[in-house]
Design a protein around this ligand. Structure first.
Ligand SMILES: C[S@@+](CC[C@H](N)C(=O)[O-])C[C@H]1O[C@@H](n2cnc3c(N)ncnc32)[C@H](O)[C@@H]1O
Length: 267
Protein backbone atom coordinates (compact mmCIF):
# COMPACT_ATOMS: atom_id res chain seq x y z
CA UNK A 1 0.00 0.00 0.00
CA UNK A 2 1.17 3.54 -0.72
CA UNK A 3 2.89 4.98 2.39
CA UNK A 4 0.37 7.83 2.82
CA UNK A 5 -2.59 5.44 2.53
CA UNK A 6 -1.05 3.10 5.09
CA UNK A 7 -1.27 5.92 7.64
CA UNK A 8 -4.58 7.48 6.64
CA UNK A 9 -6.40 4.14 6.46
CA UNK A 10 -5.10 3.17 9.91
CA UNK A 11 -6.31 6.54 11.22
CA UNK A 12 -9.69 5.94 9.55
CA UNK A 13 -10.13 2.66 11.46
CA UNK A 14 -9.03 4.30 14.71
CA UNK A 15 -11.47 7.20 14.26
CA UNK A 16 -14.32 4.81 13.43
CA UNK A 17 -13.50 2.99 16.64
CA UNK A 18 -13.39 6.26 18.63
CA UNK A 19 -16.65 7.79 17.42
CA UNK A 20 -19.06 5.58 19.45
CA UNK A 21 -17.16 6.63 22.59
CA UNK A 22 -17.48 10.30 21.66
CA UNK A 23 -21.15 9.82 20.82
CA UNK A 24 -21.89 8.15 24.13
CA UNK A 25 -20.54 11.30 25.82
CA UNK A 26 -21.87 14.09 23.59
CA UNK A 27 -24.38 13.00 20.94
CA UNK A 28 -27.46 14.00 22.89
CA UNK A 29 -25.80 17.30 23.89
CA UNK A 30 -25.22 18.19 20.22
CA UNK A 31 -28.73 17.05 19.26
CA UNK A 32 -30.17 19.30 21.92
CA UNK A 33 -28.02 22.31 20.95
CA UNK A 34 -28.62 22.07 17.20
CA UNK A 35 -32.37 21.72 17.77
CA UNK A 36 -32.15 25.44 18.62
CA UNK A 37 -32.30 27.55 15.46
CA UNK A 38 -29.08 29.39 14.69
CA UNK A 39 -26.95 27.55 17.28
CA UNK A 40 -23.16 27.94 16.88
CA UNK A 41 -20.13 26.49 18.66
CA UNK A 42 -17.79 29.10 17.18
CA UNK A 43 -16.27 31.30 19.87
CA UNK A 44 -13.53 33.87 20.38
CA UNK A 45 -10.87 34.24 19.05
CA UNK A 46 -11.97 32.65 15.77
CA UNK A 47 -15.43 34.21 15.96
CA UNK A 48 -14.17 37.79 15.50
CA UNK A 49 -11.95 36.80 12.56
CA UNK A 50 -14.69 34.80 10.85
CA UNK A 51 -17.05 37.73 11.31
CA UNK A 52 -14.49 40.00 9.60
CA UNK A 53 -14.26 37.54 6.69
CA UNK A 54 -18.07 37.69 6.51
CA UNK A 55 -19.41 34.24 5.69
CA UNK A 56 -22.64 35.46 4.09
CA UNK A 57 -23.40 33.27 1.10
CA UNK A 58 -19.83 31.97 0.91
CA UNK A 59 -19.08 28.41 -0.21
CA UNK A 60 -17.26 26.73 2.68
CA UNK A 61 -15.45 23.38 2.90
CA UNK A 62 -14.45 21.98 6.29
CA UNK A 63 -11.61 19.42 5.92
CA UNK A 64 -11.38 16.86 8.76
CA UNK A 65 -14.86 17.95 9.85
CA UNK A 66 -15.50 15.06 12.27
CA UNK A 67 -19.19 15.11 13.36
CA UNK A 68 -19.82 18.42 11.60
CA UNK A 69 -20.72 20.64 14.53
CA UNK A 70 -18.35 23.41 13.43
CA UNK A 71 -19.51 23.39 9.81
CA UNK A 72 -23.18 23.40 10.89
CA UNK A 73 -22.31 26.40 13.05
CA UNK A 74 -20.73 28.21 10.08
CA UNK A 75 -23.93 27.46 8.12
CA UNK A 76 -25.98 28.90 10.97
CA UNK A 77 -23.73 32.00 10.85
CA UNK A 78 -24.83 32.64 7.25
CA UNK A 79 -22.47 30.62 5.02
CA UNK A 80 -23.76 29.48 1.61
CA UNK A 81 -22.93 26.03 0.25
CA UNK A 82 -21.27 23.99 3.02
CA UNK A 83 -19.43 20.72 2.41
CA UNK A 84 -17.60 18.75 5.10
CA UNK A 85 -15.05 16.02 4.36
CA UNK A 86 -13.79 13.46 6.85
CA UNK A 87 -12.17 10.03 6.55
CA UNK A 88 -14.27 8.53 9.37
CA UNK A 89 -17.43 6.80 8.15
CA UNK A 90 -18.90 6.98 11.65
CA UNK A 91 -18.26 10.72 12.02
CA UNK A 92 -19.77 11.45 8.61
CA UNK A 93 -22.86 9.40 9.29
CA UNK A 94 -23.44 11.25 12.60
CA UNK A 95 -22.94 14.61 10.84
CA UNK A 96 -25.35 13.83 8.00
CA UNK A 97 -27.97 12.43 10.34
CA UNK A 98 -27.93 15.55 12.55
CA UNK A 99 -27.88 18.00 9.64
CA UNK A 100 -30.89 16.29 8.06
CA UNK A 101 -32.79 15.98 11.33
CA UNK A 102 -32.50 19.71 12.06
CA UNK A 103 -32.77 20.92 8.46
CA UNK A 104 -29.26 22.44 8.38
CA UNK A 105 -28.23 22.51 4.72
CA UNK A 106 -24.73 20.96 4.87
CA UNK A 107 -23.40 18.04 2.88
CA UNK A 108 -20.97 15.65 4.58
CA UNK A 109 -18.78 13.36 2.50
CA UNK A 110 -16.65 10.45 3.64
CA UNK A 111 -13.27 11.00 1.99
CA UNK A 112 -9.59 11.03 2.75
CA UNK A 113 -8.55 14.68 2.26
CA UNK A 114 -5.97 13.42 -0.26
CA UNK A 115 -8.75 11.85 -2.37
CA UNK A 116 -11.32 14.66 -2.49
CA UNK A 117 -12.93 14.39 -5.94
CA UNK A 118 -11.66 16.82 -8.63
CA UNK A 119 -15.22 18.07 -9.17
CA UNK A 120 -14.74 20.18 -6.01
CA UNK A 121 -11.76 22.05 -7.48
CA UNK A 122 -12.12 25.87 -7.53
CA UNK A 123 -15.45 25.54 -5.68
CA UNK A 124 -14.80 27.18 -2.31
CA UNK A 125 -14.48 30.72 -0.96
CA UNK A 126 -13.26 29.38 2.38
CA UNK A 127 -11.48 26.21 3.49
CA UNK A 128 -11.90 25.83 7.24
CA UNK A 129 -9.65 23.65 9.42
CA UNK A 130 -9.93 23.42 13.16
CA UNK A 131 -8.45 21.82 16.24
CA UNK A 132 -6.63 18.58 15.69
CA UNK A 133 -6.56 18.11 11.93
CA UNK A 134 -3.03 18.72 10.64
CA UNK A 135 -1.38 16.18 12.96
CA UNK A 136 -3.31 13.31 11.36
CA UNK A 137 -1.94 14.10 7.93
CA UNK A 138 1.21 12.31 6.71
CA UNK A 139 1.95 14.74 3.86
CA UNK A 140 1.51 18.43 4.71
CA UNK A 141 2.79 19.82 1.37
CA UNK A 142 0.41 17.46 -0.47
CA UNK A 143 -2.44 18.65 1.74
CA UNK A 144 -1.66 22.32 1.10
CA UNK A 145 -1.64 21.58 -2.63
CA UNK A 146 -5.11 20.04 -2.34
CA UNK A 147 -6.34 23.06 -0.36
CA UNK A 148 -5.01 25.38 -3.04
CA UNK A 149 -6.84 23.52 -5.80
CA UNK A 150 -10.14 23.45 -3.88
CA UNK A 151 -10.11 27.23 -3.39
CA UNK A 152 -11.46 29.74 -5.87
CA UNK A 153 -9.09 32.57 -6.79
CA UNK A 154 -9.09 34.97 -3.81
CA UNK A 155 -10.56 32.20 -1.69
CA UNK A 156 -9.22 31.91 1.87
CA UNK A 157 -7.73 29.19 4.03
CA UNK A 158 -8.61 29.52 7.74
CA UNK A 159 -6.73 27.34 10.25
CA UNK A 160 -7.45 27.33 14.00
CA UNK A 161 -5.04 24.77 15.43
CA UNK A 162 -3.04 23.49 18.35
CA UNK A 163 0.38 25.18 18.40
CA UNK A 164 3.33 22.93 17.42
CA UNK A 165 5.21 24.26 20.46
CA UNK A 166 2.84 22.22 22.67
CA UNK A 167 3.95 18.99 20.96
CA UNK A 168 7.16 19.19 23.03
CA UNK A 169 5.42 19.26 26.42
CA UNK A 170 4.04 16.57 28.73
CA UNK A 171 0.29 16.15 28.51
CA UNK A 172 -2.06 16.64 31.48
CA UNK A 173 -2.15 12.91 32.27
CA UNK A 174 1.59 13.01 33.10
CA UNK A 175 0.60 14.45 36.44
CA UNK A 176 3.98 14.18 38.13
CA UNK A 177 5.82 16.04 35.40
CA UNK A 178 6.37 19.78 35.10
CA UNK A 179 3.92 20.77 32.32
CA UNK A 180 6.50 23.17 30.85
CA UNK A 181 9.42 20.77 30.69
CA UNK A 182 10.47 19.99 27.13
CA UNK A 183 10.38 16.20 26.76
CA UNK A 184 9.86 15.69 23.03
CA UNK A 185 11.73 17.04 19.98
CA UNK A 186 10.28 19.90 18.00
CA UNK A 187 11.73 18.43 14.80
CA UNK A 188 10.39 14.91 14.32
CA UNK A 189 10.42 12.98 11.04
CA UNK A 190 8.62 9.85 12.19
CA UNK A 191 5.01 9.86 13.42
CA UNK A 192 3.97 9.01 16.95
CA UNK A 193 2.13 5.68 17.03
CA UNK A 194 -0.68 5.84 19.58
CA UNK A 195 -2.75 2.94 20.93
CA UNK A 196 -4.09 4.60 24.08
CA UNK A 197 -7.43 5.65 22.62
CA UNK A 198 -8.68 9.12 21.77
CA UNK A 199 -11.75 9.59 23.88
CA UNK A 200 -10.86 13.16 24.83
CA UNK A 201 -14.62 13.77 24.99
CA UNK A 202 -15.89 11.21 27.51
CA UNK A 203 -12.36 10.46 28.82
CA UNK A 204 -12.98 6.72 28.64
CA UNK A 205 -9.73 4.72 28.50
CA UNK A 206 -9.57 1.97 25.89
CA UNK A 207 -6.84 0.14 23.99
CA UNK A 208 -7.22 1.43 20.45
CA UNK A 209 -6.22 0.38 17.00
CA UNK A 210 -2.87 1.98 16.07
CA UNK A 211 -3.06 5.54 14.84
CA UNK A 212 -0.42 7.89 13.51
CA UNK A 213 0.18 11.50 14.56
CA UNK A 214 2.60 13.75 12.68
CA UNK A 215 4.37 16.80 14.09
CA UNK A 216 4.41 19.77 11.71
CA UNK A 217 6.56 22.73 12.71
CA UNK A 218 5.48 26.34 12.24
CA UNK A 219 7.89 26.62 9.32
CA UNK A 220 6.34 23.50 7.69
CA UNK A 221 2.92 25.13 7.98
CA UNK A 222 3.90 28.65 6.88
CA UNK A 223 6.05 27.43 3.98
CA UNK A 224 3.35 24.91 3.00
CA UNK A 225 0.96 27.83 2.58
CA UNK A 226 3.43 30.11 0.78
CA UNK A 227 4.80 27.42 -1.55
CA UNK A 228 1.30 26.54 -2.71
CA UNK A 229 0.35 29.92 -4.08
CA UNK A 230 -1.34 31.34 -1.01
CA UNK A 231 -0.51 34.66 0.57
CA UNK A 232 -0.40 34.95 4.35
CA UNK A 233 -3.04 37.44 5.54
CA UNK A 234 -3.17 36.85 9.27
CA UNK A 235 -1.25 34.91 11.91
CA UNK A 236 -1.90 35.10 15.65
CA UNK A 237 -0.81 32.95 18.61
CA UNK A 238 -2.69 32.35 21.86
CA UNK A 239 -1.92 30.95 25.34
CA UNK A 240 -5.24 29.03 25.38
CA UNK A 241 -5.09 25.24 25.22
CA UNK A 242 -7.60 24.02 22.62
CA UNK A 243 -6.23 20.46 22.53
CA UNK A 244 -7.58 19.39 25.98
CA UNK A 245 -4.08 17.95 26.58
CA UNK A 246 -2.16 20.92 28.01
CA UNK A 247 -4.62 22.73 30.25
CA UNK A 248 -2.11 22.98 33.15
CA UNK A 249 -0.04 25.40 31.07
CA UNK A 250 -2.86 27.92 31.17
CA UNK A 251 -2.62 28.29 34.92
CA UNK A 252 0.97 27.32 35.76
CA UNK A 253 4.20 28.99 34.68
CA UNK A 254 4.75 31.76 32.12
CA UNK A 255 2.32 32.13 29.22
CA UNK A 256 3.41 30.05 26.23
CA UNK A 257 1.88 29.58 22.75
CA UNK A 258 -0.69 26.78 22.76
CA UNK A 259 -2.89 27.66 19.79
CA UNK A 260 -2.84 29.81 16.65
CA UNK A 261 -4.97 31.13 13.83
CA UNK A 262 -3.67 31.43 10.29
CA UNK A 263 -5.53 33.00 7.37
CA UNK A 264 -4.13 32.85 3.83
CA UNK A 265 -5.53 33.81 0.45
CA UNK A 266 -5.13 32.09 -2.91
CA UNK A 267 -3.58 34.45 -5.47
C1 LIG B 1 -9.91 15.93 16.28
S1 LIG B 1 -10.96 15.78 14.87
C2 LIG B 1 -10.97 17.44 14.34
C3 LIG B 1 -12.35 17.91 14.04
C4 LIG B 1 -12.97 18.86 14.99
N1 LIG B 1 -12.22 20.07 15.14
C5 LIG B 1 -13.27 18.24 16.31
O1 LIG B 1 -12.71 18.69 17.32
O2 LIG B 1 -14.07 17.31 16.38
C6 LIG B 1 -9.90 15.05 13.67
C7 LIG B 1 -10.68 14.52 12.46
O3 LIG B 1 -9.76 14.34 11.38
C8 LIG B 1 -10.23 13.26 10.62
N2 LIG B 1 -9.16 12.80 9.72
C9 LIG B 1 -7.97 12.27 10.07
N3 LIG B 1 -7.25 11.99 8.97
C10 LIG B 1 -7.99 12.36 7.90
C11 LIG B 1 -7.80 12.32 6.50
N4 LIG B 1 -6.67 11.80 5.96
N5 LIG B 1 -8.77 12.79 5.69
C12 LIG B 1 -9.92 13.28 6.22
N6 LIG B 1 -10.17 13.33 7.54
C13 LIG B 1 -9.21 12.89 8.38
C14 LIG B 1 -10.64 12.24 11.65
O4 LIG B 1 -11.50 11.25 11.14
C15 LIG B 1 -11.30 13.15 12.70
O5 LIG B 1 -12.69 13.21 12.52
Amino acid sequence: MHEIKKYTQANRLAWNEAMPHHQEANKSKWDDRFSRAGYSVIQSPELELLEQIDLSGKAVAHLCCNNGVELMSLKNMGAGKCVGFDISDEAISEANERAQRFGIDCEFIQSDVYDIAPRYNNEFDLIYISIGCLGWLPDLPGFMGRVQSLLKTRGQLFIYEEHPFAEMLPSDDMVDMDPQRIIEPYFKDEPYVETDGIDYVGKKAYASKPMYWFVWTLSDILMGVIEHGMQLKHFSEYPEDISTLHSRNQTEGPAIPLSYILIAEKG
